[in-house]
Write a protein that binds this ligand. Structure first.
Ligand code: ATP
Length: 325
């Protein structure tokens, strides 16, 4: 790798700031295989990028290194959300990785606007990493190809390549081997965040435990249900509603039984279908259209539950602005 984050000789570059955004995701289907020797699980999943975006502003600093802060514009209540502001932060790891391959890397400060529920199974940290890769690529004129960016993304985490790509895609391997899928029409969803998080590794471990106790051996998933792809292609939300699957759902419910209440409420209030998103605990409710989404959000607000009306597919990571300071 060239550069290794060295500061170039010559006059200092003008301070610069690049803002990028990347979407959260819903797993429309998620089949999980057995635990592999490396501890990961093979999955077969259909990802859908939805209109809840993280934003990252990357600004050059005179001091070397990577620092991070959370923007007061964040729509999430960040009290109690355990977001590390050191090298454990996925955005910080993304900037460091990009610095390793960028000749013109400088010190950088990252400011993250959080909108995707933290530890909610919607890939919020992965979206931060994807937005950071793109922002730092522009900030340092690294000029990486899409393929090179996707390769760095996969080093950071299984869900990061999809946050870069966006749209709809089939994910195999640990979810990082992506093939874009056609999704012609808009699908409307209501996302119901929980006021607690679930750790992704803990939910996978619970699924292994439940399967072990039942003596169930599952094969490695190698493909997704063709009907799901057909329903996405034709924008048939009614057809899709019968095909949503999430193997992690029962493990998430086992760890957080109150999820049943949210799923049950949605099913008795006009949802086409509802499921736990990824490892949860956010619940994704598929509804007929934008009006139904607004009604569902209003009904939940009456119960004191804050929910988000979103739609998908939406594009992956994008640059929003690039400013010389
Ligand atoms: P996934 O579905 O991709 O497994 P998630 O959406 O359930 O993830 P995230 O919000 O991405 O969960 O974060 C999970 C954990 O990762 C958090 O609890 C936090 O400790 C840590 N983390 C690291 N970087 C970030 C970040 N930039 N934003 C939020 N959490 C982060």
């Amino acid at each position: 790798r060239p550069g290794s984050g060295r500061i170039p000789a010559g006059p200092p570059a003008r301070p610069r700031s690049v803002r990028a955004k990347a979407p959260g995701k819903v797993n429309v289907s998620l089949s999980v295989g057995p635990a592999r020797p490396d501890g990961y699980h093979s999955v077969a999943s259909v990802y859908l990028a939805v209109s809840l975006f993280e934003e990252v502003t990357a600004t050059t600093t005179a001091e070397p290194g990577v620092t991070v802060s959370l923007s007061p514009e964040s729509t999430l209540d960040l009290e109690g959300a355990e977001i590390p502001l050191d090298e454990r932060n996925l955005a910080v790891r993304a900037a460091r990785l990009m610095a390793e391959v960028s000749e013109k890397a400088t010190g950088v400060h990252l400011e993250i606007t959080k909108r995707v529920p933290v530890a909610g199974g919607m890939g919020g940290g992965s979206a931060d990493a994807a937005a950071t890769l793109l922002a730092c690529d522009a900030l340092w004129d690294s000029g990486l190809s899409k393929e090179e960016l996707a390769h760095l993304a996969a080093e950071l985490g299984a869900d990061v390549p999809f946050a870069l790509l966006g749209g709809a895609a089939v994910g195999l391997g640990v979810g990082d081997r992506l093939s874009p899928a056609l999704a012609s029409a808009r699908l409307d969803w209501v996302l119901v965040p929980a006021d607690y998080g679930l750790s992704t590794p803990a939910v996978f471990a619970e699924l292994d435990r439940l399967r072990g106790a039942e003596g169930i051996d599952v094969p490695e998933p190698t493909e997704v249900e063709a009907g799901i792809l057909a329903a996405l292609r034709s924008g048939d939300s009614g057809g899709l509603s019968h095909l949503l699957v999430n193997d992690l759902q029962r493990a998430a419910i086992s760890l957080a039984p109150q999820l049943r209440d949210t799923l049950g409420w949605a099913d008795s209030h006009g949802a086409l279908a509802s499921l736990v998103s990824g490892s949860g605990p956010t619940v994704a409710v598929l509804v007929r259209d934008a009006a139904a989404a607004a009604e569902t959000v209003a009904s939940l607000a009456h119960l004191g539950v804050e929910a988000h009306a979103v739609h998908g597919p939406v594009p992956g990571a994008r640059i929003l602005s690039d400013t010389l300071l």
